[in-house]
Design a protein around this ligand. Sequence first.
Ligand code: NDP
Length: 449
Amino acid sequence: MYDYDFFVIGAGSGGVRSSRMAATYGAKVGLCEDYRVGGTCVIRGCVPKKLYVYASEYSSAFKDAEGFGWSAERPKLDWQKLVSNKEDEITRLEGLYGKNLDNHDVEIIKARGKLLDAHTVELTDENGSRTVTADKILIATGAWPSFPDIPGIEHAISSNEAFDLPELPKRITVVGGGYIAVEFAGIFNGLGVETSLLYRGEEILRGFDLEVRSKLRDEMVKKGVDVRINTNVTEIKKDGDQYILKLTDGNEMATDLVMYATGRQANTKNIGLEELGVKMKPNGEIIVDEYYRSNVDNIFAVGDVIGGMQLTPIAIKEGAALAATQFNDTPTTVNYDHIPTAIFSQPPIGTVGLSEEDAREKYGDDLKVFRSEYKSMKFTLAGRDERSLIKMLVDGKTDKVVGAHMIGPDSAEIIQGIAVAIKCGATKAQFDDTVAVHPSSAEEFVLMK
Ligand code: NDP
């Protein structure tokens, strides 16, 4: 007889959902977390990031407002107030998560969990250690920023620290060209920090539609971000109050803060996995089958810790699928086709399905590309020099839409609806047959000829 039917290590998106669903199905569930309930998404990811994106967008919104007849004293940012209000909001959400778990009789234990054997978890907090036992155990420990091994890397921060800087620097250099790098470059730039973004490759956001990627870079540069492609850092040196970066192009760059956003690594060290013989990939991600079971029969894993697309909604779906499979007699797995995603860059990107490059490879000459580039109505009076781009990729043989991409205001909101249509196998003819919502940007999706 075990203490719990199900014990979850990690109270992030995947762990919380899985534990709550398992409890709903009648399991006795325990959940341990050594930091804050909510995990990366709520505490130092999606939620505070989006709040900061909103905050940073005001600088251009104030300027836009003048074109609509408004005039105001030059607005000033109180960074500490923003940090403190953000903290209040994530604390509120953390409370809601905890309450929701309580309501479902999930026992939350504030401690670090480590597997001692396949059914025993050691729980350690400031008062010491104790053990609990469980029939099934879920590893939902997420991922952590990873840094390249270069001299002086200890001077760099990650997005974790960026949220709570005591004050904003005058200059910042962001290294990386993925989701986090472009989102934070936009945030800092909008908040008035002189921002540089260094990316080692040919074009930021590898893997996304190429035209959208270069459009984002153009728009970021127009907004004042110093984006340098084919550039990496070989060394960081402290020089008084500033840092000197040695660059691969032979140049040096002075900056006040260096933030790395060079990917995230699975949190699988020092939690007893190696000792237990749980199989992992060379990068530390846990290997699971389609039902999220590791090679050890009663040990499961979901979310960032198993790799794949490191996205909150994926972790949530995996956690729910696992609970349904194990505690509701309903073998369930996540369908990873047509996953929509948004990048809260400035301008934002919404995307679902194949990029033009991938679609071309798959459909060859049958591929039809529809595109529309336009200036948002709001930016006409505002006088803002920013254009949006929408693309739809269609398999000419079946007329099915196989990819949709948008860069421009409200992309994230718009792409969600488009994703439903694409998931249902919508054809271009069906998009064309849909009546437009006018005047809107979204209507471009049904008006493309
Ligand atoms: P990403 O994997 O998106 O990007 C990592 C970037 O760092 C890439 O541009 C990569 O370059 C570069 N890089 C990797 N190693 C090095 C190195 N040694 N030196 C220089 N550059 C390097 O990771 P992020 O950290 O941006 O984000 C992690 C994950 O979090 C994302 O994959 C995403 O799933 C998730 N996320 C989702 C968000 C959303 O949904 N809006 C927001 C934020 C994060 P290269 O392309 O050449 O490999």
